[in-house]
Write a protein that binds this ligand. Structure first.
Ligand code: NAP
Length: 284
């Protein structure tokens, strides 16, 4: 069985990288990655750049994306434009996309990775907390997709990959907000794939499972019950996103690719155990 590619915790680039795909796979393409300053989004940006892509990384914290862009460009030699943008604010999204188009003259790929999440029992979840997660995950995915469609993809084609989750597949405890938001995004993926396919726009979802260092990792004490019997890592998720964004997936649209080692099929979903798990109160 193939060994997982090495990864590092934290938002740092990989000290070494061995290409499995052709290093030119995304040469001179431009990817706009929301949430690209941290976590999975950071690693997606790095892996894309290691395959020749330039990137735009956008999130609310300018210091975060500035520092990430410096690291990414330094490690890969490709250009990375850091932008401050809240996916919930269409005018800010429009301004960011304009700036990206001014800088690069094109955007080929959109990765909707920005999201908010925390663990909380439904009965203790504030109305505002539920709405905020829906606004960021679902509303934000629509906002950025819609702006990019209007400003570039409608006339030039493009690829969208929405980063979702498997939480809603079986209804995981403590995750009604994120599970509902991500299920809606998977539906959006199919709607937009149908509606925008004629403009040569492919739209797919990539649903990661629990990864090492991620917020769900604490729930995964029984991870050895999953088919591959381990957590995943950010590089493995980024490789699956790379596949979907690349011409290797030229005939794939409207799909949800699950990259979780088969975990959602066998995860115990132990209601009592999960309910006992210390829940974070929402600060929203
Ligand atoms: P993360 O490091 O917390 O990344 C979330 C990113 O979204 C941050 O860079 C954050 O930056 C940005 N963001 C949040 N709200 C935003 C807003 N309103 N506008 C713009 N940007 C915003 O989380 P992650 O664990 O890597 O997760 C990345 C994606 O994978 C998410 O879609 C998540 O749901 C999904 N996922 C993760 C796991 C896992 O185990 N980690 C499992 C399944 C799915 P700012 O704070 O600077 O805005």
């Amino acid at each position: 069985m193939a060994q997982p590619p090495p990864d590092v915790e934290g938002d740092d680039c990989l000290p070494a990288y061995r290409h499995l795909f052709c290093p030119d796979l995304l040469r001179d393409k431009v990817a706009f990655i929301t949430g690209g300053g941290s976590g999975i989004g950071f690693r997606i940006a790095e892996i894309f750049m290691r395959h020749g892509c330039h990137t735009v990384i956008a999130s609310r914290s300018l210091p975060r994306v500035l520092m990430a862009a410096r690291k990414l460009a330094g490690a890969t030699g490709r250009r990375c434009l850091p932008l401050c943008m809240d996916v919930r604010a269409p005018p800010a999204v429009m301004a960011a996309v304009d700036q990206a188009l001014k800088e690069f003259g094109r955007i080929d790929i959109l990765i909707n990775c920005a999201a908010g999440n925390f663990l909380c029992p439904a009965g203790a979840l504030s109305f505002n907390a539920f709405k905020t997660v829906m606004d960021i995950d679902t509303g934000g995915t629509f906002n950025v997709s819609r702006v990019l469609y209007e400003k570039f993809f409608r006339d030039h084609g493009g690829v969208i990959v929405n980063i979702t989750a498997t939480l809603g597949n079986r209804g995981q405890a403590l995750q009604v907000h994120a599970g509902s938001a991500k299920a809606a995004v998977d539906a959006m993926t199919r709607h937009l794939a149908v509606e925008w396919g004629p403009q040569n726009i492919r739209v797919n979802s990539l649903a990661p499972g629990p990864i090492s260092g991620g917020p769900q990792a604490g729930l995964s004490t029984k991870v050895t019950a999953s088919p591959l019997q381990r957590l995943g890592n950010k590089t493995e998720i980024a490789h699956s996103v790379l596949y979907l964004a690349s011409p290797l997936a030229s005939y794939v649209t409207g799909a949800v690719l699950v990259a979780d080692g088969g975990a959602w099929l066998t995860f115990p979903n132990d209601v009592k155990g999960l309910a006992d798990f210390a829940s974070f109160s929402s600060k929203l």
